[in-house]
Write a protein that binds this ligand. Sequence first.
Ligand code: NAD
Length: 378
Amino acid sequence: MKKVSRRKFSQSLIKGIGVASLATTLPTACAAGNSPYDGKKLGVALVGLGSYSTGQLAPALMDTQYCYLSGIVTGTPEKAKIWSEKYDIPEENIYNYKNFDAIAENDAIDIVYVVLPNSMHADFCIRAARAGKHVICEKPMAMNVEECDAIMAACKKANVKLGMGYRLQSEPYTQEVKRMVREKTFGDIRYVQAEAGYFSRSNPDQWRLDKSLSGGGALVNMGVYAIQSAIYGTGENPISVAAQEFSTRPEYFKGTDESITAQFEFPGGIIGNIFTSHNVTANRMYVNAERGWFELHPANSYGPLKGRRSDGTEIKFPHESQQKLQMDDFARHIAEGTVNRAPGEMGKRDMIIVEAIYKSIREGGKTIPLDLGRMGIV
Ligand code: NAD
């Protein structure tokens, strides 16, 4: 049988049937996979073809079972050419930042995944929702809580689903931590410690060090993982936070935070301690409970992760791409109504905590009360 390239195939479809609705029948890299799923694979368009899209998301989309890479949005024509050839993406599924809104007319794209500098998340998530597309927003959700609200409102109004790019919520080590917390495997939780950081020394002009593009430094980048770990390590949202900032290389970290520690109080008196840094490599979560402890170390890198428990048991799962699991989870949420493991509400909750941490630092380490209830806990 003659192999049909997806490009030729998609070109032949201009006659009213969506590319995405037929993509599963194609024996191409993008649509392939050993999926037992016989429904429609959802088409994903990546917005922003930087290091995360290039190194993690696009390769993961070659393996996903419920979705596939159907489109790209880029401001760089050379990248469009390279990606189009590498991933067999048809011309009509390639957009730039200006003509992006025309994506509304494209049935091949079901999900828009925003992988841009943080200052651009809100704009593109809102435009994607208005175009009638489901949205995945990278972390941190936006520059502030107000923008998070605007994204959520746009998705609600357009009746589209919103998910955060919180890959760890879909991977098994994190699920196992949640299970042990939920089932009280070692009794009630008493204390959690979470660290997330790396040593940054490259290009001082990168957008992550420019507050107008990033919204903040280590805290909004890696700190979000530590905040998340503290929350799934206790199964609770914090009721207060006090924080401190440390700076040792002010000539490099001119406008963004270098290292931050924060102490949380959780309901029932559980204590939490987090550390995040752009100056220290840190990648661990530790949970102490009534009758023992467990930890993940590493806890937030791309994997394989590693874990152990005080009873000598190793926490071990076969390694799978976290991004693959995350995007398949979101596609299943859309297609089958399964749980949204990282809803917009979770991204907003984390932004409320980020803002409280910065407020505490501004006020000399003052304890800031938080009123989150069960917000964002899935
Ligand atoms: P990157 O710098 O490698 O890529 C950013 C992309 O945005 C590039 O393609 C760049 O051309 C484009 N861009 C458009 N306008 C720009 C502007 N004004 N300034 C700079 N770049 C501009 O960044 P990245 O590491 O791919 O991160 C992108 C997003 O993904 C961020 O929100 C980041 O927090 C998130 N991220 C998440 C994870 C995760 O594990 N979930 C990992 C890495 C990055």
